[in-house]
Design a protein around this ligand. Sequence first.
Ligand code: PXP
Length: 237
Amino acid sequence: MTKFSINVNKIALIRNSRGANYPDVIKIAQELEQFGANGITIHPRPDERHAKFADIAALKAVLKTELNIEGKPQQRFMDEVLKNRPAQCTLVPDADHALTSDSGWDTITYQNYLSDIVKTLQKEQIRVSIFLNPDPKLVEAAKKTGADRIELYTGDYAKNFHTDKAQAIADFVKTAQVAAEVGLGVNAGHDLNLQNLAYFKQLIPNLLEVSIGHAFVVDSLYYGMNNTVQMYLDRLK
Ligand code: PXP
């Protein structure tokens, strides 16, 4: 089964735009769970323009499914993650003012740095996933960090899907196969949507989890949140 984790950063962005607690991100996350989401993801960035660090504890207190916290492992991020112990932490090499994540780790260069962080998180029983471009060469080094999973950065898959989907997914299939061989779980995320998700799932049979935010929120404007959750779950069958 591939779990569907909904990234609620864009809902937090709307909340933050008016300074009050509306919409209530925590209440929406609970409703998404009731509609069938298998997990909730947030990605608190250093400037907290989307999810805020305080959202971690508030979500952890009420969620019944898995909480996945994504982000760059800077001091504040690590402090909050270690304090709140989500089910999973996804390490992302964001530049401080990045509009959105657009690349995975160079696990060869950062292997020692990542190993220390992975160990620290796993000591608190937090599963660790490393955001990765679809490059089989990086998988071996990701494994050596001690991480449990990789999250494949799917931005380029989404960009090239409509031109040549077989070509767009080729590197992802190879990378996922190597991950299976070395014993790493495979997650995926970025720009996945109702058009490109089913094909991705079909060709990556060992896909454990997708985290989807932007397209989910846009689709919810058209179809409503409950219908949209069902449509995404349907693509993952
Ligand atoms: N995975 C990571 C590491 C991300 O940074 C994001 C965006 O915050 C996502 C997945 C979800 O991407 P999208 O919002 O395009 O669905």
